[in-house]
Structures are given as C-alpha cells and as structure tokens.
Design a protein around this ligand. Structure first.
Ligand code: ZN
Length: 215
C-alpha cells in the first residue's frame, strides 16, 4: 500500500505513520527526517539542503523529488510506503504520479487549539531525538531521557504562537496539494483530535475497506 500522510505540524502524523509502518512492515519516509539526517552527516545533499533551510526557504522541488525518487527505488519500498511531508507542491505531486501510483492520501485534521494543547506538553531529547509528553508519555525520571539520560528540552517550534503560525503556513502551503488529491478521489479526511489509537484504527478501517490490508 502506497500512502501519503498530510497534516499540520504537531498533529501526531509521525506517530500514526510509525504505528502503521511497524504493524504492516512498510517504511515511513519523512523528507524532513531525511534532510535533517543528511545535514547532520554533512553529506553533499545535506550541504545543498542546508543553504535553503538556514535562510528559511523551502527546498526546491527538483532536489526533494530526486531524494524521494531514490528512496522509493529501495527494495524495502516494494511492498509500499508512507510518505510524510511530501508532496507539498503540485509540481511534486505530479512528479510523484510519474514515479508510482498512490493508493490513499490521509488528511489528518484537528482544531489549532487541540494541537497547541497537545504539543505544549511535549519534551524532546536533543541527543537521541526521543519524544515524550508530560501528560501521556512522561519520562521515568522527570526531565531526563529514558534512552540516553540527556536532559530533555521543549522545542521552540512547540511554543503556542509558533504552533499557530506554522498552522497557518501549513494551511496555505498544502491547500493546492490537498485539492489536487481530493479531485483525484483518493483523499480521506481523518479526525485527529482524538487518541492516537483511535486515529490509527480509523486509518486501518479505511485500508481494510479499500482492501489494502486484510481483516
Ligand atoms: Zn535521549
């Protein structure tokens, strides 16, 4: 099954993708994660991408498309995949259509207030990237990473005003892509203001209806 996950920052898209990815053995491909890794490694791609990211600019379509093309050619993607953070422009969506056929595009939605409440409790480990939440996934020792023992931090991106701004930017950025898939008839909206398990159960229900997974 070839899936795309779309949703505003902080809605929990990564969590849902991870749950589906682990359960059904298909890779979760986050272009954001790939870029962060390449930048950290200081690879040729990383250096290229860094120039744009540092200036607060979007990475150009041709670079993103090339990265995704290479990833989709990997053997582990043969069974399917979940694309997260891509495509974000019509050009990218069209390029993807030329590479493969997408089965379902899931659009995760929740009011911005729900997202603000959700991310305000989020703490991350600056060393290993583990994510915690004060209310539903607290670290064993308050403020310390269970995995590597590093003091946890709250990302600047999780501050309410930043979340609100990013939500607006997301809405504007993704509107054409969402419209593109809606017109193709493969967009499914999911209410993500509930518990992650319920959200994922909804996703599985759709996958079952479309005969992409068995009972
Ligand atoms: Zn850690």
């Amino acid at each position: 099954m070839r899936l795309i996950f779309i949703g505003p920052p902080g809605i929990g898209k990564g969590t849902y993708a991870k749950m589906i990815s682990q359960k059904y053995g298909i890779p979760h491909i986050s272009t954001g994660d790939i870029f962060r890794e390449e930048i950290a490694k200081g690879s040729e791609l990383g250096l290229k991408v860094k120039q744009y990211v540092e200036k607060g600019l979007l990475v150009p379509d041709e670079i993103v498309v090339e990265v995704v093309r290479k990833v989709l050619e990997r053997p582990e993607c043969r069974k399917g995949f979940i694309l997260d953070g891509f495509p974000r422009t019509i050009e990218q969506a069209k390029a993807l259509d030329n590479m493969t056929k997408i089965d379902v595009v899931f659009l995760f939605e929740a009011p911005v207030e729900v997202i603000i409440e959700r991310v305000s409790g989020r703490l991350i480990c600056p060393k290993c990237g583990a994510i915690y939440n004060i209310s539903w996934k607290p670290p064993k020792t308050p403020g310390i990473c269970d995995v590597c023992g590093t003091p946890l931090i709250r990302r600047k991106d999780d501050e309410p005003e930043v979340v609100r701004t990013r939500y607006q930017v997301y809405k504007q950025t993704f509107a054409p892509v969402i419209d593109y898939y809606r017109r193709k008839g493969i967009l499914v909206e999911i209410d993500a203001s509930r518990d992650a398990r319920e959200v994922v159960a909804d996703v599985e229900k759709i996958l079952r209806e479309k005969r992409l997974i068995k009972e």
